[in-house]
Design a protein. Structure first.
Length: 163
């Protein structure tokens, strides 16, 4: 009788665990629906590695690193304006660098390593890179070090009214 009770208890626990897993799976589906309803762009696996999983693209490889065209840098995931070309400068660090962000566009968060400050898109939470101060690259003494893959670029001459 005790053996049957043990098996019944194990079976019940297993069923409860499966039920909880299905609930979590349903929650993820609901979150995905919320993501879809915000009209976020579909990301490639490389983009997701950086933007969602807080990875870093290899230095010197980003498509926007040496861009000198006037315009606006936007979030790759949600399209929010983040930086202007007038705030971009050549830091020679291997990633696009800006000494200012569009007001309210970028959120600063202490990095888990306790030594750096992560930057995210304030609208969607996409990982952008890190911000550093005290390096004296510009008069603003700030360097937003941003992964190219986290951004899109809209040239100023393609913005309505500037043609």
């Amino acid at each position: 009788m005790n053996g049957k009770l043990v098996i019944l208890t194990l079976l019940t626990c297993s069923l409860q665990a499966c039920s909880q897993q299905n609930t979590k799976s349903m929650d993820n589906t609901q979150n995905q629906t919320q993501v879809d309803s915000t009209h976020w762009r579909k990301l490639t696996p490389e983009e997701a590695y950086v933007i969602v999983h807080k990875g870093t693209e290899r230095p010197g490889t980003g498509k926007l690193l040496n861009n000198t065209v006037k315009g606006i840098y936007t979030c790759r995931r949600c399209g929010a304006p983040l930086f202007t070309s007038s705030d971009k400068f050549p830091s020679e660090c291997g990633w696009p660098s800006f000494d200012d962000a569009i007001p309210g566009a970028v959120k600063r968060i202490p990095d888990p390593d306790g030594e750096r400050i992560e930057i995210e898109c304030a609208r969607c939470g996409a990982h952008l890179g890190h911000v550093f101060t005290g390096e004296h690259f510009t008069n603003k003494d700030t360097r937003y070090c941003v992964n190219s893959i986290s951004m899109d670029f809209i040239p100023a001459d393609s913005v309505k009214g500037n043609k």
